[in-house]
Design a protein around this ligand. Structure first.
Ligand code: BG6
Length: 512
């Protein structure tokens, strides 16, 4: 039975008097995800009674212009219509500042704003710092925060910090970032975000696995032929060239979102839903991923960059022609990886991962392809027909749902097997950035269930680090020979090499 309870009743513990400080507010994340999320929270009555958003960014010119730009983005990205009664509480309490994170004056201004607010609001305030800059700026921002003692909490008020992904740029920089954080912050002040964990459909992976006896017995190498996890996007770099040139698809999408999906999909069932126990199981699974060597990278990893093409009926330029991208850039906008999980449950089952920008469709999905049945089990029906293997397709977005492909006899005189599918729980297309809404609220309430523990981040870096290092070396050779990466026209299913990559195993990618 479903009990309807207003969200505001479920979400107890929303703090009063809270300042959210966004470092990197002129970036895409703030306009595409954070502001729409705050607007939704305002509509739901889930924002703190007294709240101020301070946006700091290198590219903020005029405060008014910034705020009206944010309003336009909320209009663009929200399904709910814009209503001033919900927007004004945000806009009237927003403070935007052009800021250089290396300058003391930036932090002095913050402190004087905090003092002013304490006086105006008649008491101490909670501070939520959001590191939404490029990962290369995280350390400098943190060092300055620590220098100005902004990490210090004066009970009962809290100071929390959200660190966007990628957490560092490789294992080493990630370790050093974590050390820096832990020198001054307590673990319960740190929220390492991966917004895919805020998506309902990602949270549902584990529930789907655990609550259906139908699937439990087949969730292993006995029955599963292979797995595909795909995140395809139609968007390009959306003005985030500086960020993407540092991350590429592997750091931006694989080291975080795809490996988190993999962990939920393949981990052992946790003994309870305690977040720490779930994280323990994810870490055990990630540790079982077979490490990449030079030869396995050459064989099992590919990358590519989009060339000019048509996406959603619009001609879009090649990655190298995007504003701000260097003509000789070797940053991958597409990557595909085949990996193995070397444990008892999964040994020998190939897992294919792929992600790409400017693809022909926006889709995040998991394909679990079961093995073919032994055709001797139905000889008279199948005759010469090839058995149709069952497929479980879990769609994360744009529609959250599950589709099962099964074989059955179509109506008619002929006895033959045809494939048909059952679709479960497909919802209307979600345009709203629900994930950030949920996660911002959780941070304000001090609930870290949907955030990532550092040992998970380490394990994810350990998986991709050898690939990153290999590519760095390969880039030098490519540059010396004036060669480019393989390409794929924007608006397609990806590069030709990706097709060949999976077809050599007699398998094919699910069409996006
Ligand atoms: C972000 C990446 O983490 O996720 C972006 O940095 C990507 O490059 C985005 O576009 C995709 O998230 P969503 O929720 O829009 O699918």
């Amino acid at each position: 039975m479903k009990i309807d309870v207003a969200e505001s009743q479920i979400y107890s513990g929303i703090p009063e008097r809270t300042v959210v400080i966004i470092f990197g507010a002129s970036g895409d994340l703030t306009r595409r995800k954070l502001m729409p999320a705050f607007y939704h929270l305002s509509r739901e009555g889930l924002l703190p009674q007294k709240m101020r958003i301070i946006g700091l960014g290198r590219r903020i010119l005029l405060e008014d212009e910034f705020i009206s730009h944010m309003k336009n983005r909320v209009i663009q990205y929200c399904t709910h219509k814009m209503e001033d009664r919900f927007w004004l509480p945000i806009a009237d309490n927003m403070f935007a500042l052009r800021a250089d994170f290396k300058e003391d004056s930036t932090f002095e201004t913050l402190i004087s704003e905090f003092d002013r607010l304490e006086k105006e609001w008649g008491g101490p305030i909670n501070k939520l710092f959001y590191l939404a800059t490029s990962p290369s700026h995280f350390e400098i921002v943190l060092q300055k925060m620590i220098q100005f003692r902004l990490h210090e909490e004066i009970a009962p008020n809290w100071v929390r910090v959200i660190v966007e992904k990628p957490f560092g740029l490789d294992l080493q920089s990630s370790d050093s970032l974590n050390r820096l954080l832990l020198e001054s912050f307590h673990e319960d002040q740190i929220f390492r975000i991966d917004h895919f964990l805020g998506k309902e459909a990602v949270q549902n992976i584990l529930i789907f696995r655990m609550s259906n006896l139908l699937f439990q017995p087949v969730w292993n190498r006995e029955f599963i032929d292979h797995i595909q996890i795909s995140i395809a996007e139609t968007v390009g770099v959306e003005g985030r060239v500086d960020f993407f040139e540092q991350t590429g698809a592997i750091r931006d999408m694989i080291q975080s979102h795809i490996l988190q999906i993999l962990a939920f999909l393949m981990m052992e069932h946790p003994s309870s839903l305690d977040p720490e126990i779930i994280r323990d199981e994810k870490v055990i699974l990630l540790r079982a991923v077979r490490p990449f060597s030079k030869s396995s990278i050459q064989e099992n990893v590919i990358r590519a960059q989009y060339s000019e093409g048509v996406v959603n009926s619009q001609l879009v330029p090649a990655y190298r022609d995007e504003e701000g991208v260097k003509k000789e850039s070797l940053v991958e906008t597409y990557a595909a990886i085949k990996l193995f999980v070397d444990n008892y449950r999964w040994r020998g089952v190939p897992i294919y991962l792929r992600t790409g920008k400017r693809m022909g469709a926006r889709k995040t999905e998991i394909i679990i392809q079961l093995k073919e049945i032994d055709s001797t089990s139905m000889p008279t029906v199948l005759g010469k027909q090839r058995p149709i293997p069952n497929t479980i397709r879990i769609e994360i977005q744009p529609r959250a749902g599950v589709e099962l492909t099964i074989g059955w006899k179509p109506p008619g005189l002929l006895t033959e097997v045809e494939s048909t599918s059952l679709t479960l729980g497909a919802k209307a297309q979600l345009k709203e950035p629900k994930a950030y809404e949920r996660l911002l609220l959780d941070v304000m309430r001090g609930d870290s269930t949907l955030f990532i523990r550092y040992d998970e981040i380490r394990e994810m870096w350990k998986i991709v680090d050898p690939i990153i290092k290999y590519w760095e070396k390969e880039n030098k050779e490519l540059k010396a020979k004036n060669e480019t990466l393989p390409s794929y026209p924007a608006g397609t299913q990806g590069p030709r090499i990706a097709k060949a990559f999976i077809e050599r195993d007699n398998r094919s990618w699910n069409k996006l």
